[in-house]
Design a protein. Structure first.
Length: 276
């Protein structure tokens, strides 16, 4: 990519998406920032960006957004799949409809948007797809199984896409952030699902702690975005990029023998307190 690139970013209302939109714009790129509620990002127009409505769970919304960008810019050089959220709670306490929506947003929505954009990149024999995954997709923890599994899916889907699209001159980059400062933790806190009679009720503070874990001394979204865009402007972009606090430590923890890993997680999340 270069300073003349047309960049489409999903999930720009806050955090990483918002910071990335501003960072790409500061490098001279033509940025289309999107959000489910476009009025939330209306102010970005004053910073030289263009905005559009985009709900990645709606095929009509995806088609309308991509058509709007193409009508205005004629092409999409870079797609950043950033939209997503975390559903927090013990796996057996999660309502199936909530679990389905978690996958619909974080996984299916990402793929639906990619499917809408990539054919245009293939025609140009050029393009860059940047999938914002997470180190949580490598190191699963108690009480975040839904979120971790969606990010694991993004990690693996990105690998397949990278191999499949390479013959057409399209690069697919997997980004695995660590702890990044944003409203992500508060949103996760509100997403907690814990039944009134849940066997995990005694561990509510641990569950709440997991929701807010990404906001404990995090890397700023601006610093993360600056470092990421620096790498995306390289002639040879790393296929997997890990940035932010704990982005290198957690994969090491995940590589521990299963028995040792289980002992660490059991103590860390208070699960040993449930044993009689």
């Amino acid at each position: 990519m270069d300073q003349n690139s047309v960049v489409l970013i999903s999930g720009c209302s806050s955090g990483i998406g918002l910071a990335l939109a501003r960072e790409f714009a500061s490098r001279g790129c033509r940025v289309f920032a999107t959000a489910r509620k476009p009025e939330v990002i209306e102010n970005l127009k004053q910073e030289g960006m263009e905005t559009a409505a985009l709900d990645v769970t709606s095929r009509d919304s995806i088609d309308a957004c991509v058509a709007e960008v193409l009508s205005k810019a004629g092409r999409i050089d870079v797609l950043v799949n950033n939209a997503g959220y975390a559903l927090i709670g013990p796996m057996i306490d999660l309502p199936i409809d909530d679990l389905r929506l978690q996958f619909e947003t974080n996984v299916i929505g990402l793929m639906a948007l990619t499917k809408a954009v990539v054919p245009h990149m293939i025609k140009n024999r050029s393009g860059l797809v940047v999938n914002i995954a997470s180190v949580s997709g490598i190191c699963a923890t108690p009480f975040a199984g839904a979120y971790c599994s969606t990010k694991a899916a993004v990690n693996l889907m990105s690998t397949s896409l990278r191999l499949e699209l390479a013959p057409f001159g399209i690069d697919v980059i997997t980004v695995q952030p660590g702890a990044i400062k944003s409203g992500f933790g508060k949103a996760a806190l509100h997403s907690i699902r814990l039944g009134e009679k849940s066997v995990y009720a005694p561990l509510s503070r641990y569950i709440e702690g997991r929701a807010m874990s990404s906001q404990k001394d995090p890397t700023s979204a601006e610093e993360f975005s600056s470092q990421l865009v620096d790498k995306l402007f390289l002639k040879k972009i790393p296929k997997i990029i890990r940035l932010g606090k704990s982005s290198t430590r957690l994969p090491l923890v995940a590589s521990l023998p299963a028995g040792r890993f289980d002992k660490i997680m059991t103590r860390m999340f208070g699960l040993d307190k449930l044993r009689k």
